[in-house]
Design a protein around this ligand. Structure first.
Ligand code: ATP
Length: 444
């Protein structure tokens, strides 16, 4: 990993330069806590989401998908306890009016913004964005942009149960936007105000919740290592102390990543939400939200285990983990130079291969374009004919493309190309017909 202190600076700059992430509303001076995904960022995020969906829904017979709206009936937020309890403690500097999270500020010290030490008392600040549904802005039309996707799952509990006849234990998974009006934002994608979330609500019989919690902790940690390819030494599981638990949680374990800007901190939360949400929604809506156990003939209100992770936070961990600076042969001429390379797990990489004609010769270009057209039916690949082949390799290293395929004059004779591996930089000669198989092998 590059020097910790300026790694983030380099990463933010690379992300902008190469089209992974742009500051939100940049031409108007930016909007705090918002970032836009550029062309490569969209692909990276989409790969992370697809891999999550595959592991959670496709490979689990008992887990089903859902896509609920972002706006819910205002009563959802009353019943869920978010109006009363989805808050962070806030202190304000009386002198400059800067606001800080009280749990992250030492009020024995002066304000980091103006240097005066005049703090207000701490008060609870609700993180939900308020909005109105319809043309009249009154109390009755007030609702909130969801700060988590989970409530959409709880209010559809009975719909899923009735329409798919699942048996306990079963899960409902959802990927979608969440909004939190964080008191302070920062550290790039780490703490923002609008972000996508990947959430699973896994319903189990009461009494079987702790075992399920244990299983999910292990499965989720493994996913980050085996699927996203994050170095296991940069990850750990941490149980939260009681005083840090959310209002609905009986116990929460977090997966922590070793962030360069703060050391170990939350990447994903895995909470035991008990029957809190289903019971409260049943009470507030008057609708029964229970499971009928065909064996015992009893109605059960299940407990729920919730693994929940932000797509942007996962993306940030993947980018930090993949970022490397190392010595490499010069792109042009003799000697060595520094190369920046994103060593993404091939599955996660936005572009799987780049096709490069050695020089802009009509015959080489024709073959290279044919290979490119063929590969792009299956994967996102790039075609690049500008500059020396060495420089083109560097461009692909910087965006983490696992393979470069070079068409040269020998190709005209042997129907083979040079396949260059991103990490080892080794080159091998393979038949054009074998390229797809080679790429596929990398993606297993
Ligand atoms: P914190 O205590 O850091 O405010 P939290 O415990 O409230 O976070 P959760 O409610 O557990 O966070 O959110 C689930 C996941 O959503 C987090 O693990 C994280 O990956 C992501 N997430 C939460 N808040 C943000 C945010 N403001 N920006 C980006 N991702 C976030």
């Amino acid at each position: 990993m590059a020097e910790k202190n300026n790694l983030m600076e380099k990463l933010v700059s690379l992300c902008k330069r190469r089209g992974f992430v742009f500051p939100g509303s940049e031409i108007y001076g930016g909007l705090n806590g918002t970032w836009d995904l550029g062309p490569l960022g969209v692909l990276l995020a989409s790969n992370i989401k697809q891999l999550w969906w595959k592991s959670m829904v496709q490979e689990h017979d008992e887990i089903l998908g859902l896509d609920s709206t972002i706006l819910y009936h205002p009563k959802v937020w009353e019943a869920s306890g978010h109006i009363a309890g989805f808050t962070d403690p806030l202190v304000e500097c009386k002198n400059c009016h800067q606001r800080f999270r009280a749990d992250q500020t030492d009020i024995e010290k002066p304000c980091s913004n103006c240097g005066k030490k005049e703090w207000t008392a701490s008060r609870d600040f609700n993180l939900m964005f308020k909005t109105h549904v319809g043309p009249v802005e009154d109390e009755a039309s007030t609702t909130y942009l969801r700060p988590e996707t989970a409530q959409g799952i709880f209010i559809n509990f009975d719909n899923v149960l009735q329409s798919s006849r699942v048996k306990l234990p079963f899960g409902v998974a959802q990927i979608g936007k969440g909004f939190r009006n964080e008191i302070t934002t920062g550290n790039f994608l780490f703490r923002v105000r609008e972000f996508e979330m990947m959430e699973l609500e896994y319903f189990v019989k009461p009494g079987e919740d702790e075992k399920a919690h244990e299983n999910w902790k292990k499965e989720r940690l493994d996913w980050h290592i085996k699927v996203l390819g994050i170095n296991k030494d940069n990850l750990k599981l941490v149980d939260l102390p009681r005083e840090d638990l959310a209002h609905y949680s009986k116990g929460t374990t977090e997966i922590w990543y070793n962030w360069p800007f703060m050391g170990f901190g939350e990447l994903e939360g895995i909470a035991n939400r008990t029957d809190f949400d289903l019971k409260n929604h049943a009470k507030a809506s008057g609708k029964e939200l229970a499971y009928f156990d065909p064996e015992t003939k009893e109605k059960i209100v299940p407990y729920v285990i919730e693994p929940s992770e932000g797509v942007g936070r996962a993306m940030l961990a993947v980018l930090i983990d993949a970022y490397n600076e190392e010595k490499a042969p010069k792109a042009a001429g003799e000697g060595e130079e520094e190369r920046i390379v994103l060593k993404f797990a091939p599955k996660v990489a936005p572009i799987k291969a780049a096709v490069l004609p050695l020089v802009k010769d009509e015959k080489l270009v024709k073959i290279a374009k044919e290979i490119y057209s063929d590969l792009k039916k299956e994967w996102f690949v790039q075609y690049d004919e500008a500059a020396t082949v060495g420089r083109r390799y560097r461009r692909q290293d910087e965006i983490g493309t696992p393979y470069c395929i070079t068409v040269d004059f020998d190709t005209l004779k042997d129907d083979a190309v040079t396949l260059r591996d991103r990490d080892s930089m080794k080159q091998e000669r393979i038949k054009i017909l074998d390229i797809s198989t080679k790429i596929r092998e990398k993606l297993i």
